[in-house]
Design a protein around this ligand. Structure first.
Ligand code: 3HC
Length: 283
């Protein structure tokens, strides 16, 4: 099967980044969200990013126009009727994702692959709501998508070797590095990264140091590009909490208990960069 046209469901931070990289690789992209203005906002984000590259002399106005012309706007999942692949990057909510996959299974061509960018939900469970579990797979990108090299290729119990190899090849074509991961809570990166962030928040909670202090020690002492508290704000504190809950519930191990301070921030609606306030305040 040759992939030419891809639907990306969800036009937020991840969906717009994935759409950008697909379009710059030469694919036709159907960018889908529940409202037209959400997709337009996603496209504006891509356009801004491309303008930065033009300013740096890495891209021309013509290339930008050609890239954007490969992206079309969609507000109906029915538009998946003529795509070979769907990458779902909708909100990280199980019921929403299962609903999307049920619908996609009805409307997408029989041989189309249905991938999910989920950071923590089980691929096997998502696949089970479709009639094509062998064609369901996780394709987990990292933020910012245009910069981060990794794609975790998360295989559900029923994912076929053929599906895996098509997605692995696509990731390489997108100039990413695919790594095969089994379908267990948090996959690999988030299983390691998010407990580290949770521990950093515990250190703040216990008064070991301020958020600035914790960030400083990890940047200067462990050579992290961004301190863990800044990174938590950047990922979204709600997402960090949701992933900790998945690890806690999935493994039943108290070492994964979410820090009460993280919970408190999420209860306050201080979710990080996206709400203008998390551990830090953003303009
Ligand atoms: N989109 C596209 N490009 C971006 C970008 C964005 N949002 N943000 C930064 N960049 C590019 C810049 O243009 C610059 O490119 P250049 O070097 O070619 O000119 C390059 O990235 C470096 O940017 P800056 O100099 O502005 O800043 P930094 O050196 O601090 O890099 C960073 C920014 C790449 C975000 C770096 O701080 C970093 O790697 N942070 C950690 C990111 C991380 O850990 N991400 C994973 C999160 S976990 C996740 O996504 C999984 C999910 O399931 C939770």
């Amino acid at each position: 099967m040759k992939i030419e046209k891809v639907m990306v469901v969800g036009s937020g931070q991840m969906g717009s980044g994935i759409s950008q990289v697909l379009a710059q690789t030469g694919y036709q992209v159907v960018m889908n969200d529940i409202k037209k203005e959400y997709v337009e906002k996603g496209i504006a984000k891509i356009s801004k990013q491309l303008d930065r590259e033009i300013q740096k002399g890495r891209r021309t106005e013509e290339e930008k126009a050609a890239l954007l012309s490969r992206i079309t706007i969609s507000t109906e999942l029915e538009d998946a009727k003529d795509v070979q692949l769907v990458i779902e990057a909708a909100t990280e909510n199980k019921e929403i994702k299962l609903g999307i996959f049920r619908k996609l299974d009805e409307v997408a061509p029989e041989n189309a692959i249905l991938a999910s960018n989920t950071s923590s939900l089980p691929i096997t469970e998502i696949a089970a709501v479709t009639n094509r579990p062998e064609k369901v797979i996780g394709m987990h990108f990292f933020n910012p998508v245009p910069v981060m090299k990794l794609v975790e290729v998360n295989r559900g119990l029923a994912t076929s070797d053929e599906t895996f190899s098509i997605i692995e090849d696509l990731a390489k074509e997108m100039k990413k590095v695919p790594v095969a991961i089994k379908d267990f809570p948090g996959f690999a990166v988030n299983r390691i990264l998010i407990p580290m962030i949770n521990e950093a928040i515990y250190a703040v909670y216990e008064g070991i140091a301020s958020p600035e202090g914790i960030d400083e020690v990890m940047k200067l002492g462990a050579n992290h590009p961004m301190g863990p508290i800044t990174l938590a704000d950047y990922i979204g504190l709600d997402t960090c909490l949701a992933i900790m809950e998945v690890l806690y519930e999935g493994f039943g191990d108290p070492k994964y208990r979410p820090c009460p301070l993280l919970r408190k921030y999420v209860e306050a609606g201080w979710l990080g960069v996206k709400t203008g306030r998390g551990f830090y305040v953003y303009n």
